[in-house]
Write a protein that binds this ligand. Structure first.
Ligand code: 4AD
Ligand code: MG
Length: 481
């Protein structure tokens, strides 16, 4: 007998009545001692396997419980019941791994509605639920779409280091990497730790961005992108921050800020279209889930559009582009501001708070927004200085329900200006000699951006907490699993 298993997705798409098959998966439900709902993760859909219980050992059937793993050999038949075209008539059934009902009861596998918090505590089991299997299949599809997009556009995938000596964003929120003895580190005469004796002969950290290295490659290969893990020790316990997240950073030689915005907008639309085209079943499930969640919110906090319509909206509408200075004007003229509804004050020079960003996106423009040309003091040292001497060629993309999803800029390609910026930001030129070198040999305008992968997954799945779109979230006080 052929014992190679057929995946459920293939059975449902192209299985023929009369075909003999083997299917393996986990029991989602077993009703009337007769109908097994089996799922193998290849699709959100289950296949129904029907046992003629009179011809099976009672002892064996008792082990067919929610969560158990089965191997079933049988024949595909037309389904009598509603909801599926075909089902499996079971010939032989083997329990590969039992799941004791008393244990299952305490887990997220118990078929009933669980809170997302409870599901997070069982991150090792939440893959077994419809919601999380859908999220993680879509997460895969988006990663694939990103590689496809850049490959099709002639970009080269660049692996930038995870251990680094530089703080690209200058925010000082880095995790140190060391193998020195924590209780007894070598000391300098002044009592500070002597990192010359550390593994790399200097103090190093986990990367906060691959951008500086991507710039080096872009000024030779033309257009590159990174896609890797990124680490930030910011103590922000919000629904949009992780200590370990994934970032995609394209970098393009000869691009200016406008071309950078065009690339970003095209890229984000492509991802939305890819999910619509390739993840229909999972997306429909999450769409309905989101609709139920929205119903439970007060009227004024509900999304006007359903999840699928939100994706279509992004694809079909131009992003609203305006400068930081214009955005401040909009905020100052808003009735929201006049009625003192913002918690944080608004004036030129402030770092926009998430309440300001969300107001612009969700209340004022009701579409994705690209803000550009921020005050130079609140942005990173590498951003290109504008002629007004006050602002830099920065851009942030703000999405409804998410806030900032992309941060990018045209880079400062002029050596003298860059050196002056290093001084302003108290950055040691000697530490960044390799970065500055690119400005010495055929320097060119170039630009790039960083997309927060998990924030994008939040947008396309409708999940509202970033901890629910990464398999094992890392947040302050939490590194379980
Ligand atoms: O705006 P950021 O800090 O930009 C950079 O790191 C640049 N080097 C990018 C570039 O120009 N190449 O981060 C980029 C994006 C943010 O817009 C956000 O989506 C995401 O990364 N991000 C986070 N996502 C989850 N958790 C965090 N703690 C994040 N910090 C940033
Ligand atoms: Mg940013």
């Amino acid at each position: 007998m052929n014992t190679k298993r057929t995946k459920i997705v293939d059975l449902l798409n192209s299985g023929k009545v009369g075909e003999k098959i083997v299917v393996k998966g986990w029991v989602r439900a077993f009703r009337s001692n007769r109908f097994i709902q089996l799922n193998d993760g290849s699709t959100i859909k289950n296949i129904q396997a029907v046992v003629d219980f009179e011809s099976f050992d009672e002892e064996l059937l008792r082990k067919v419980t929610t969560g158990a793993a089965l191997s079933i050999a049988g024949i595909l038949v037309e389904s009598q019941g509603a909801g599926q075209a075909i089902e499996v008539k079971v010939d032989t059934l083997e329990v590969l791994g039992a799941a004791h009902p008393e244990d299952v009861q305490k887990t997220v596998m118990q078929p009933k509605k669980h809170s997302l918090e409870f599901l997070r505590e069982q991150a090792h089991l939440r893959f077994r639920t419809n919601t999380f299997s859908a999220v993680f299949r879509i997460r895969h599809a988006v990663a694939f779409a990103i590689h496809k997009y850049f490959n099709d556009q002639g970009f080269f995938y660049l692996h930038t280091p995870i251990i680094t000596g530089s703080d690209a964003e200058g925010a000082g929120e880095m995790f140190r990497v060391t193998n020195l003895d924590a209780l007894n580190p070598p000391l300098n005469e002044d009592g500070t730790v002597n990192y010359k004796e550390d593994f790399f002969g200097k103090s190093v950290n986990l990367t906060v961005s691959g951008q500086l290295e991507a710039e080096l490659a872009a000024t030779a290969l033309g257009q590159v992108y990174t896609f890797g893990p990124t680490f930030r020790a910011e103590n922000s316990n919000t629904s949009r921050h992780l200590a370990e997240f994934w970032m995609i950073e394209p970098e393009v030689a000869f691009n200016d800020l406008t071309e950078n915005m065009n690339l970003t907008e095209d890229f984000l639309k492509y991802i939305c279209q890819y999910v619509l085209d390739n993840c229909a079943d999972d997306l429909q499930f999450l769409n309905d889930r989101d609709a139920t969640e929205q119903q439970q919110k007060p009227q004024n906090e509900r999304n006007e559009l359903a999840l699928i319509d939100r994706l279509k909206f992004v694809i079909n509408n131009d992003f609203k582009r305006l400068t930081y200075t214009e955005a401040i004007e909009v905020l100052l003229n808003s009735s929201h501001y006049k009625k003192k509804k913002f918690k944080y004050d608004v004036k030129w020079g402030i770092d926009l708070q998430s309440e300001h960003e969300r107001y612009l996106v969700e209340k004022e423009f009701k579409c994705p927004v690209i803000l550009s040309d921020y005050p130079k003091e609140i942005k990173a040292f590498y951003m290109r200085q504008n002629d007004d001497q006050k602002t830099v060629a920065a851009m942030d993309v703000l999405f409804p329900g998410i806030g900032e999803i992309v941060g990018g800029s045209q880079r400062e390609e002029r050596m003298e200006v860059l050196k002056a910026k290093c001084k302003d930001f108290d950055i040691d030129e000697k530490e960044l000699w390799w970065y500055l070198d690119t400005r010495k040999f055929g320097t060119v305008p170039h630009a790039g951006f960083g997309l927060g992968f998990e924030r994008m997954i939040m947008f396309v799945t409708g999940m509202t907490n970033i901890r629910d779109v990464i398999p094992f979230p890392r947040t302050p006080q939490n590194a379980e699993f």
